[in-house]
Design a protein around this ligand. Structure first.
Ligand code: ATP
Length: 237
């Protein structure tokens, strides 16, 4: 069993006066892919936003042995956590390469150029389109760009919010294959929120099941897709 890179303990989160996470606990083992599953509105996005200090929280968020709860978002990024938000967050009126350079804002320019080169090798289509505006890319290419941009800073933990959103099934499959390879080749730990549970569970080692702002359980991914009660409650088929 690997050590945990991230441990969330008794986490509460609120928007204004409305509490939406009610004291949740889960872990993200080092070097593995952890999948967050739950119905719409269960609080999955809020979990990722809490880790990045983009929402008001209480409780502990321990990253690599240090409690980062409430730390400034840019400091959290510098510690090695990268966030690909829902809707990707790429800048449409900047070129592919400019978007990737923004990803390197926490590292030196030499390290950034090396990392960009590395991710062009991994995503050849981004190299082909390096001088094009991000707005002109297909949905799948934009998702690849968002992932590559997050990886330029060489994070230790990559947070992904619904990477399949708005993508055709074949493209979604490509994105998940890429994420599986990124995890295997670079050892980057991944925490991914995903409705398309089947694909996510293929690359995940465990799943955190979330319901109405609480963690119901964290279970090994293997076999989960065939568990009748889990399937009905979380996988929607
Ligand atoms: P989805 O799959 O629909 O994105 P989710 O599981 O990611 O859902 P969250 O987006 O984390 O769920 O939302 C959790 C709860 O918080 C929901 O009840 C939602 O309405 C509420 N919420 C989310 N964002 C805000 C906000 N900015 N202000 C107030 N309430 C919010």
């Amino acid at each position: 069993m690997s050590a945990n890179l991230l441990g969330v303990e008794g986490l509460h989160a609120r928007y204004g006066s409305a509490e939406v996470l009610h004291g949740i606990d889960f872990v993200v083992p080092q070097g593995e892919v952890t999948v967050v599953l739950g119905a719409n509105g269960a609080g999955k996005t809020t979990i990722l936003r809490s880790i990045c200090s983009m929402v008001r929280t209480s409780g502990r968020i321990v990253f690599d042995g240090r409690d980062i709860a409430g730390m400034r978002t840019d400091r959290i990024a510098r510690l090695g956590i990268a966030h690909v938000p829902q809707g990707r967050g790429t800048f449409g009126d900047l070129t592919v390469e400019e978007n990737l350079r923004i990803g390197g804002y926490t590292t030196s320019s030499t390290a950034t150029e090396q990392a960009i080169d590395q991710w062009y090798e991994f995503f050849p289509r981004l190299r082909e389109r390096r001088r094009q505006l991000a707005a002109g890319l297909s949905g799948g290419e934009q998702q690849m760009l968002a992932i590559a941009r997050a990886l330029v800073a060489r994070p230790r933990l990559l947070l992904l919010d619904e990477p399949s959103l708005g993508l055709a099934p074949r493209i979604t499959q490509e994105v998940f294959r890429a994420l599986g390879r990124i995890n295997e080749d670079t050892g980057t730990t991944i925490l991914v929120v995903e409705q398309n549970a089947h694909l996510a569970l293929e690359i995940g080692s465990s799943a955190v099941l979330v319901d109405a702002g609480r963690v119901v359980s964290q279970r090994p991914a293997e076999g989960l897709a065939h568990d009748e009660s889990v399937r009905r409650a979380y996988l929607g088929y």
